[in-house]
Design a binder for this molecule. Structure first.
Ligand code: 13P
Length: 252
């Protein structure tokens, strides 16, 4: 089965509104067709409405970087998946290691978020990844299998076949120390076989799996050439328009 590649930028907590507008204007008409690749920007929630207006009529898609799992209520400071979906936003990144580490997000919460995102017709980009300690102890596969199993619990086969999962080893994020493409392929393969164990072959062949961690224009093609890698989730190299566009050159 051939899976459509998906390249997603994760801006994290960067840019002013003016900088976000400038980026979108520089990029939106210069990306490859969405028949070839899904191109996504994960922006801070405060920019989502403006971003959706800015990308109108183009193939550039928009992702939130987080949401809450309840639709509405007394949850000061949170963003509702219903509100995000109403803007026309296509994706929500969940379970990023920064959220797990700094904001103490648990697999149980991430699972509830995944359910809520699907309920509102959006696609979760579910992140998983191990610490350096786990990696060095040779326990990556076990760790990843545990995270994925807990995070997708209760989702339907149909939902999982539309899911995007990003494998981001924590030791490779923002460090310039990217995982070797063979390791990325191997662990993305662990993600796929975990999905297969839980949902069967057809679903595991449909789910799209990204690698993330110091991906840049110079190394993206190496990852994209691998069997189990269907895309990339990119932090630092997604912040500048030129660099973001260069991440898409592998399509040509
Ligand atoms: P870098 O590409 O800056 O290493 O960040 C990766 C990441 O965390 C994307 O979500």
């Amino acid at each position: 089965m051939s899976r459509k590649p998906i390249i997603a930028g994760n801006w994290k907590m960067n840019k002013t509104a003016a900088e976000a507008r400038e980026f979108v204007d520089a990029v939106k008409n210069n990306i490859p067709s969405n028949e070839l690749v899904d191109t996504v920007i994960g922006a801070p929630a405060i920019f989502l409405e403006g971003m959706k207006k800015g990308v109108k009529g183009t193939d550039l898609q928009v992702s939130a970087q987080n949401c809450y799992f309840e639709d509405f209520g007394a949850f000061t400071g949170e963003n509702s998946p219903a509100t995000i979906a109403a803007l026309g936003v296509e994706y929500v990144i969940i379970g990023h290691s920064e959220r797990r580490e700094y904001f103490h997000e648990t697999d149980e919460e991430i699972n509830k978020k995944a359910q809520a995102i699907f309920k509102h017709g959006m696609t979760p980009i579910l992140c998983c990844g191990e610490s350096l300690e786990t990696y060095e102890a040779g326990k990556t596969a076990e760790w990843i299998e545990g995270q994925i199993t807990a995070d997708i619990k209760g989702l339907s086969a149909e939902q999982v076949s539309h899911l995007v999962i990003a494998y981001e080893p924590i030791w490779a994020i923002g460090t310039g120390k990217s995982a070797d493409a063979n390791i990325a392929d191997e662990i993305c393969g662990v993600v796929r076989s975990t999905v297969e164990k839980l949902y069967g072959k057809e679903v595991s062949e449909a789910v799209r799996i990204q690698y993330g961690g110091s991906v840049k224009p110079e190394n993206v093609a190496e990852y994209m050439a691998k069997e189990n890698v269907d895309g990339a989730l990119v932090g630092g190299a997604s912040l500048q328009a030129d660099s973001f566009l260069a991440l898409l050159d592998f399509v040509k």
